[in-house]
Design a protein around this ligand. Structure first.
Ligand code: BGC
Length: 357
């Protein structure tokens, strides 16, 4: 009889523990929606988030949307249907998630915008990103220093201006940050733009496509540079820089060439191929945004939400999404030139030396 009692108690205890187990699982489920796996940084972002969230024993599902807005929307719908409690989303088009996030809000799901702001919805709770204006400013500094403008060189220098995807809110900040540095030189005609094509979103490179950047640069070179040479190209990210580099090579530019030396070129993300281009003197520098740190902040906000604490933010004024100011955590970007590749990327374990061979 006593034995039977014990068995019944044990069975009840087992059922209770397993119910709690399920409960924990259901309450700590995070859906991650990234734009694409094609660009190195987003696949590293996805991996970092997954690793760090799993360390906390959260259930995680990471989705990549091949840069297609409709794919991203249906992936988010699926994550909602699967019962996630928190969504971490880097939108492809910051304005295309209003409807799906209303569905998320109906289920009380908290939403963290990751790297890119989600606009036109009240249903975004936090934003983690790098200081995007500063990223643009650093890109402008790469051009300023590369041309020696900060030490008084007066040129005039031929500089072409590239900007990022028209539907990406970040591209607006990158452009404005860079322009804050370059505008005084443009006004003083120390910087001139032979194509006359300056502006975002008008001249933004759709989807940040390196192919589209290559086409635009090739067209500019053949239309405006038959008897001139390019001195610098402002590039908003590494994918675009890669396209620009290919176009320049196609037009006969080469590092150290006496007639057509490579121009000063900026970038962002520190993609492997671009670090190799920096080592080969084809790209001047790239703004480094350590995706591990960004993931850490997204994870710590997620944890605070689960623990019922208030997440740490450090900016409550910059990111107005059209409906509200989204409380944000901004990480600090730095510039990586040839001479700090080792300290910034290798010593920190971001890349192994073999990655850059
Ligand atoms: C990100 C950049 C990235 C670009 C293209 C931007 O929103 O901030 O790091 O290079 O998207 O994916």
């Amino acid at each position: 009889m006593v034995k039977l009692h014990k068995i019944v108690i044990l069975l009840f205890a087992a059922a209770f523990i397993s119910a709690c187990g399920n409960n924990i699982e259901v309450k700590h489920f995070v859906g991650v929606s990234m734009p694409t796996k094609d660009l190195e940084r987003w696949s590293m972002d996805g991996e970092n988030l997954e690793k760090q969230l799993k360390k906390l024993d959260y259930k995680v599902s990471v989705q990549y949307a091949q840069n297609e807005v409709s794919t991203q929307v249906s992936q988010i719908e699926n994550l909602i249907a699967l019962g996630v409690n928190v969504l971490i989303i880097a939108p492809i088009d910051g304005e295309a998630l209003t409807t799906v996030l209303t569905q998320a809000a109906e289920k009380n799901i908290k939403v963290i915008a990751y790297d890119r702001l989600i606009k036109n919805t009240p249903h975004v709770d936090y934003y983690v990103t790098f200081d995007n204006f500063k990223v643009g400013e650093l890109e402008g500094r790469i051009i300023e220093k590369g041309l020696g403008l900060d030490s008084g060189n007066k040129g005039p220098f031929n500089v072409e201006i590239f900007s990022g995807a028209p539907d990406d809110n970040n591209a607006y900040f990158f452009f404005n940050g860079a322009m804050q540095v370059l505008k005084p030189y443009i006004d003083a005609k120390i910087i001139v733009t032979p194509s006359g094509q300056v502006g975002w979103p008008k001249y933004g490179i759709e989807q940040w496509s390196n192919q589209k950047a290559q086409e635009r640069m090739t067209n500019i070179l053949s239309a405006f540079y038959t008897s001139k040479k390019v001195d610098a190209v402002l590039s908003p990210n590494d994918a675009v820089a890669y396209g620009i580099i290919s176009a320049l090579k196609g037009a006969g530019y080469a590092p150290g060439d006496s007639k057509k030396p490579f121009p000063v070129i900026s970038g962002q993300d520190c993609d492997r191929v671009n670090i190799k281009a920096i080592l080969n003197d084809e790209q001047t520098a790239s703004v480094f945004k350590d995706t591990r740190i960004l993931a850490e902040h997204a994870v710590s906000i997620t944890k605070a939400i689960f623990d019922g604490l208030s997440p740490e933010v450090n900016d409550s004024k910059t990111y107005n999404n059209g409906v509200k100011i989204v409380p944000s955590y901004l990480c600090e970007p730095i510039i990586v030139y040839k001479d700090n590749i080792k300290s910034a990327l290798l010593d920190s374990g971001y890349y192994k030396e073999s990655d850059l061979k």
